[in-house]
Write a protein that binds this ligand. Structure first.
Ligand SMILES: NC(=O)c1ccc[n+]([C@@H]2O[C@H](COP(=O)([O-])OP(=O)(O)OC[C@H]3O[C@@H](n4cnc5c(N)ncnc54)[C@H](O)[C@@H]3O)[C@@H](O)[C@H]2O)c1
Length: 258
């Protein structure tokens, strides 16, 4: 029960990595607020958590909308009385190099991935400051530290999330607000599956095999593999993980094998 009595807000908790984090935190005794624009899947996650005997609520909010982000955190504090952990996980992607990426796509990715993290943190920090404690975990990506073809906007957004994480750690560690980032490699979620279906519909199996070959252990990473990293960073055991950038990527950024 590593999250016992902790109120945890998980953005993008209706799907993929966020869903796995919400379920694991609840299993470990946390009270969970799923914040997402996808209400149907959010309700599915909340119902599943409740059926296991844990507490969860769904808050429909676009994290990149100022009023909705503010309302979301107000709603959580009204319901649970506090916010111990904020996982800024909601994210979107776009495919294309800098020439192919349209200004519309650039703005859409930056809006959710960067403005969304900023806004949720902007409204969470005063709550945590008043409580005298809190933990914020930002979902970056290995793409923040190694290049990947055809992901210009997405890479820039995740680099910004990593830089913001370190700036926030510098600003708030002395207030007992811990801030850290997770940098996952490729995780098999609806996010990645959707991309493969759009681009490799005629050979999904081949595309999945190519993904596997990129990993040092030749396996596909699951959302749960990332959720356990979030569990560590959110737990009291991580009290010295300040501004930490935790890479969980099957070794892709660590070594190259031929
Ligand atoms: N899947 C990967 O390979 C991978 C790798 C590295 C980092 N990440 C990051 O992990 C996070 C989760 O990715 P995933 O693969 O689980 O994606 P996913 O698409 O399965 O889930 C993302 C969730 O975010 C929600 N969301 C999107 N925009 C939102 C908004 N404006 N406000 C509130 N909710 C919103 C979606 O409705 C969805 O439920 C993202 O930040 C992503 O960039 C993913």
């Amino acid at each position: 029960m590593r999250m016992k009595d902790k109120v945890c807000v998980v953005t993008g908790g209706s799907s993929g990595i966020g869903e796995a984090i919400a379920r694991l935190f609840a299993k470990e005794g946390g009270q969970v607020a799923v914040v997402d624009v996808d209400e149907a899947n959010g309700q599915r996650v909340v119902d599943a958590i409740r059926s296991q005997g844990s507490e969860a609520i769904l808050v429909r909010a676009d994290v990149a909308d100022e009023a909705e982000a503010s309302q979301a955190l107000l709603g959580v504090t009204q319901h649970f009385g506090k916010v111990d952990v904020l996982v800024n996980n909601a994210g979107v992607s776009a495919v294309g190099d800098v020439a192919a990426c349209t200004p519309t796509d650039w703005d859409r990715v930056m809006r959710v991935n960067v403005r969304g993290v900023y806004l949720m943190s902007h409204f969470a920090v005063p709550i945590m400051r008043q409580q005298g404690s809190g933990t914020i975990i930002n979902m970056s990506s290995t793409i923040a530290v190694i290049g990947l073809q055809a992901r210009a906007a997405y890479a820039a957004s995740k680099g910004a999330v990593l830089a913001l994480t370190r700036a926030m750690a510098a600003d708030h560690s002395h207030e007992n607000i811990r801030v850290a980032a997770i940098l996952p490699g490729t995780v098999y979620t609806p996010f990645v599956e959707g991309y493969l279906k759009r681009h490799y519909a005629d050979d999904m199996e081949g595309a999945v095999e190519t993904l596997k070959r990129r990993q040092l252990n030749q396996e596909l990473m699951t959302p749960e593999d990332v959720a356990y990293a979030a569990l560590y960073l959110a737990s009291d055991e991580a009290r010295f993980a300040l501004g930490t950038a935790l890479i969980i990527d099957g070794g892709v950024s660590a070594a190259k094998v031929f």
